[in-house]
Write a protein that binds this ligand. Structure first.
Ligand code: ADP
Ligand code: MG
Length: 462
């Protein structure tokens, strides 16, 4: 299959070629033709399969003709987080460079002045997080009646973050004869309901079973206790040929503490979580992308969908509470056909959470054997021992080891035990956590006054 067979314009094909893509991904090959035919569409494909270009490319051609009008964006893309919104904006810039399209980005944590000015003048594409959009709508700064194309991206994530009521609200303000596209990695019942209500006769495309993990990712679970997690992590970072890694934690405080601890042990670690303002998050991400640090400790909300190339490892320092998050987290590695490794730390209190993950992905994750001696040697930091243990580690990871052998304890660190909690099914996630996720995604306007990064600026795409 070739991009040229999909019905895209010549200008667009040139931009795609310049971006270095030679072949459409399966979701792109299947989604682009119907979208160009102005059909509604539901696109289900796991993280990292190229869903963004499957709507951005046809949208550029659809929007190439037509007039901008003041206050009335011609199309709207909803994203759950600021980072994802910024990434979609980058995609528009990259592929739209041969077109005269204007875009605005409405996200929390970035001053709205320029964006509102752009909206007042008229934009072809508005990329927004739901909260920020509703905010502006209620203040009468925007009209949605001219918006004939809507994309609801990362719908399952929107659901996790409690955005569905906002999305319903937004949908009801758009013209009914619009074209609507919904993209998601999974299709839980509330998303099905949303699409039944707001899409009309959609084309349904599913390229892999929902929540099936990428086959290029070698997955392991590692039996740990809360107090040994850091030590086990350092051991694996040293012995598993890690070139770059994202380490996911369930809580923001864990992200901060762990990043600090890793730095204290001489690792090049950065951190990204929802308490950081937008410039700080982007700066930290840049440090990681540029290789300044090779380990990024992250919370789900801050890291979901981030497009970082060539991550060799994903560590789930905590088993995620939501099984969907597991798929998203490990999807940060093994991208674009490369292979990757994912380790999930499972403490006794995570039994139910890991069970839910295995039910969702439909496969038992093999247990990684942490050999006692290896851990001991790694701790003593003998370079020779480390080399030897790396070999053993590579060796053992090919077989499935049913029995867990624990790493000896190290008492001087991590004395504070993670608070004990029962493993919970997603529905029972504590209210406080859920609120936190939401506030991570849409922090109150923090009145940031710093320079606006280039790609966040409203720009003529030409
Ligand atoms: P998703 O939204 O499905 O999680 P993205 O749209 O973020 O995935 O794309 C994942 C990665 O794949 C990005 O790095 C993107 O640049 C890359 N990509 C997308 N389409 C192609 C393609 N046709 N060929 C090669 N790489 C691609
Ligand atoms: Mg995406």
């Amino acid at each position: 299959m070739n991009f040229a067979d999909l019905g895209l314009s010549e200008e667009l094909l040139q931009a795609v070629e310049a971006a270095g893509y030679t072949e459409p991904t399966p979701i792109q090959a299947q989604a682009i033709p119907p979208v160009l035919m102005m059909k509604d569409l539901i696109g289900i494909a796991q993280t990292g399969t190229g869903k963004t270009a499957s709507f951005v490319l046809p949208m550029i051609d659809i929007l190439a003709h037509g007039r901008r009008r003041a206050l009335m964006p011609r199309s709207l893309i909803l994203e759950p987080t600021r980072e994802l919104a910024a990434q979609v904006a980058e995609n528009f810039e990259k592929y739209g460079k041969n077109h005269d399209l204007k875009m605005a980005l409405l996200i929390g944590g970035v001053q709205m002045g320029d964006q509102v000015k752009a909206l007042t003048e008229g934009v072809d594409v508005l990329i927004a997080t739901p909260g920020r959009l509703m905010d502006l709508f209620e203040r009468g700064k925007i009209l949605l009646t001219g918006c004939e194309l809507l994309v609801i991206d990362e719908a399952d994530r929107m659901l996790d973050m409690g955005f569905i009521p906002d999305i319903e609200n937004i949908c009801s303000k758009l013209p009914t004869n619009r074209q609507t596209m919904l993209f998601s990695a999974t299709m839980p019942p509330p998303i099905k309901k949303l699409s039944d209500r707001f899409l009309s006769n959609p084309k349904y495309i599913e390229v892999a079973r929902p929540a099936t993990a990428n086959i290029n990712i070698v997955q392991h679970k590692v039996a740990v206790t809360a107090r040994k997690k850091r030590e086990v992590l350092r051991h694996l970072l040293r012995t598993d040929n890690v070139s770059t890694a994202i380490v996911f934690c369930n809580r923001k405080t864990t992200v901060r503490e762990l990043a600090k601890s890793l730095k204290g042990h001489g690792f090049g670690a950065g951190e990204i979580h929802g308490d950081m303002d937008q410039p700080a998050r982007l700066a930290e991400l840049d440090r990681f992308k540029s290789g300044d640090v090779n380990i990024l400790v992250a919370s789900d909300v801050a890291a979901r969908g981030l497009d970082v190339k060539g991550v060799s490892h994903v560590f789930n320092f905590d088993t995620p509470w939501h099984p969907d998050d597991y798929v998203h987290r490990i999807g940060r590695t093994g991208r674009g056909g490369a292979s990757g490794r994912a380790f999930t730390f499972v403490a006794p209190e995570d039994a139910e959470a890991i069970d839910n993950v295995e039910k969702l992905t439909g496969h038992k994750i093999p247990l990684f054997d942490l050999q006692t001696e290896e851990a001991e040697e790694a701790r003593e930091e003998k370079p020779k021992a480390r080399r030897a243990s790396r070999e053993t580690a590579r060796d053992t990871d090919r077989r499935e080891v049913p029995e867990k052998r624990e790493v000896p304890e190290k008492r001087e660190e991590s004395a504070r035990r993670a608070p004990r909690r029962e493993a919970r099914a997603p529905a029972e996630e504590p209210r406080r956590e859920r609120r936190q996720r939401r506030s991570e995604a849409e922090p109150a306007d923090d009145g940031w006054n710093g320079p606006v990064p280039e790609f966040l600026k409203v720009s003529a795409l030409a």
